[in-house]
Design a protein around this ligand. Structure first.
Ligand SMILES: Nc1ncnc2c1ncn2[C@@H]1O[C@H](COP(=O)(O)OP(=O)(O)OP(=O)(O)O)[C@@H](O)[C@H]1O
Ligand SMILES: O=P(O)(O)OC[C@H]1O[C@H](OP(=O)(O)OP(=O)(O)O)[C@H](O)[C@@H]1O
Ligand SMILES: O=C(O)c1cccnc1
Length: 488
């Protein structure tokens, strides 16, 4: 099922104004190239998980200005020329898109998307693309951190009620599934994407009955074998668990099973250990223990270190809102201009050398050691660079250039694949299951040193020598011309 299209006006006003000014100047058809990337890893993690491509594809494919959009723009104080608005009626995305597949582990400064097209269309789409990729990659990365601390447990995404509105809830749920979550509570996300949906019940279910026992009996009657009973409405150890056990034993006598109990407050380590003991002593050894309540990777890791006996985790607020880092800070920068039949690299200078953009149309190779099957580093090259796998490759750090290494017996995997050519989609979107499996394979390419949660090793992302030199030359040229203009 394809979600409803993203409106073309889901953009910043300045994009429309630049489109208009280009149109007025007759420069709107200039061909340009942009890279979308981020500069810093979120949550102190050693990698990010790329997500957001599927939405970007639907968006670009369906990009249209409706009559209502045009009417709205006509009423704006900018007084757009009616001919410009007329032109928008037939507006379509006509450019090329290259992208890294969803689920890939990605690193700072690598182009995640490269777009080539008219300046007018490439300005328009900037905002929405940053919006999709930034948020979905952030949530996928947060989910990957949680999966890392609970590799074998059942992980359920419970965030919708705390999410930043509807789209964040459903696309966020999808991002968590890519990164290894097992299910979501959001039924619409299940319908749209085929993610398994799960649910227990709330405190109000228990409050709605005269007694907790009656509430539990009524619930399991509707879901024999599947019910998970929330045991903390009154008193977890003295009321909730004894009642759940009583109901569990009644089910057992009928040849059925109490699927689980959910702990939602108190000391989750202590309570889960006691719950396991009480359930086991009653013979309910296959009744699982689910926990929820403000969880994230740090709490889960702590609970595990305390010996918590929790089989399944329901995680909401801190996951869906990327609580400890609410934005990825992705950027979209012009990297090349097509002039007189050739692409000219362009860059944006910053006082911070790490923020100077890398000019030109580029791609990213993942260099994988053939013996160990592990990634040695990523290499950003010019788009037309072909890496000869039969010859040794020298990788060097783009800022600390003395940090070098020689790699032999490797595979060089080009991460950027064509998605659109001349506005036509040339890429078949993989299924969500394929993306999720691919993500798991991606993780196996990396040594644990890059994957650990705390102070991970920095994974090398290097520039090819010619690209590095091109950047230095362009920088020197720009500074020389600034000096000249300022009288040396
Ligand atoms: N043993 C534990 N070690 C570390 N953190 C824990 C442990 N048990 C629970 N927590 C976490 O401590 C926090 C407790 O939250 P809070 O103080 O709101 O209390 P609560 O028990 O959830 O009560 P209520 O839901 O009634 O407000 C939650 O984030 C929970 O995940
Ligand atoms: O804590 P989070 O990670 O955000 O997970 C979702 C929370 O949402 C529910 O609580 P809520 O108080 O909203 O409703 P309830 O009555 O069902 O407990 C649930 O019980 C979890 O505690
Ligand atoms: O199914 C649940 O237990 C659930 C779903 C969403 C939020 N809190 C709990």
């Amino acid at each position: 099922m394809v979600p409803s299209p993203v409106p073309s006006l889901h953009t910043d006003k300045y994009q429309i104004n630049m489109m208009y000014a280009h149109w007025k100047n007759g420069t709107h058809r200039r061909r340009r190239a942009f890279d979308l990337y981020f500069r810093q890893l979120p949550f102190g993690n050693g990698y990010a998980v790329f997500a957001g491509l599927e939405r970007a594809v639907h968006y670009l494919e369906n990009l249209r200005f409706t009559e209502e959009d045009i009417e709205y723009l006509a009423g704006q104080p900018e007084n757009y020329d009616p001919d410009f608005l007329k032109m928008l009626r037939s507006f379509r995305f006509t450019g090329d898109l290259y992208a890294i597949p969803e689920g890939t582990l990605v690193f700072p400064n690598e182009p995640l998307l490269r777009l080539e097209g008219t300046i007018m269309e490439l300005q328009l789409v900037e905002t929405a693309l940053l919006n999709f990729v930034g948020y979905q990659s952030l949530v996928a990365t947060k989910a990957a951190r949680i999966r890392h601390v609970a590799p074998k447990d059942v992980l359920m995404e419970f965030g919708t009620r705390r999410a930043q509105e509807t789209d964040a809830a459903v696309w966020g749920a999808r991002a968590t599934y890519i990164a290894g979550f097992d299910a979501t509570s959001n039924v619409r996300a299940g319908q749209l994407f085929g993610i398994p949906t799960r649910g227990t019940h709330s405190h109000s279910w228990v409050q709605d009955f005269d007694s907790e026992l009656e509430a539990f009996r009524a619930f399991v009657r509707s879901f024999p074998d599947q019910a998970i009973l929330l045991v903390d409405t009154y008193d977890t150890l003295k009321s909730g668990l004894p009642h759940a056990i009583q109901v569990g034993l009644e089910l057992k006598r009928e040849g059925k099973r109490l699927a689980g109990v959910r702990l939602d407050s108190g000391d989750l380590a202590y309570l889960s250990k006691r719950a396991r003991q009480m359930l086991d002593e009653a013979g309910l050894t296959d009744t699982l223990i689910v926990a929820s309540s403000d969880l994230d990777e740090t709490t889960i890791l702590n609970l595990k270190s305390q010996g918590a006996r929790i089989d399944s985790w329901g995680i909401g607020t801190k996951l869906i809102t990327a609580y400890d880092q609410p934005a990825l800070g992705a950027v979209y920068k012009m990297v090349a201009r097509y002039e007189q039949g050739r692409w000219l690299p362009t860059l944006k200078i910053s006082s911070n050398p790490e923020k100077v953009t890398t000019p030109g149309r580029k791609t990213v190779y993942r260099i994988v050691d053939r013996k160990t099957g592990k990634a040695r580093g990523d290499l950003i090259t010019r788009v037309d660079t072909v890496i000869d796998e039969s010859r040794p490759l020298i990788l060097f750090h783009p800022v600390h250039t003395f940090r070098k290494k020689k790699v032999t017996h490797f595979r060089a995997i080009n991460l950027l694949v064509p998605i659109f050519r001349d506005g036509k989609r040339v890429y078949e979107l993989p299924s969500l299951e394929e993306i999720r499996n691919y993500h798991r394979e991606q993780l196996s390419l990396f040594w644990e040193e890059y994957l650990r949660l705390l102070n991970p090793e920095e994974y090398p992302v290097d520039l090819s020598r010619d690209l590095w030199e091109e950047k230095q030359n362009l920088l020197n040229k720009i500074y020389a011309s600034i000096r000249e203009e300022n009288g040396g």
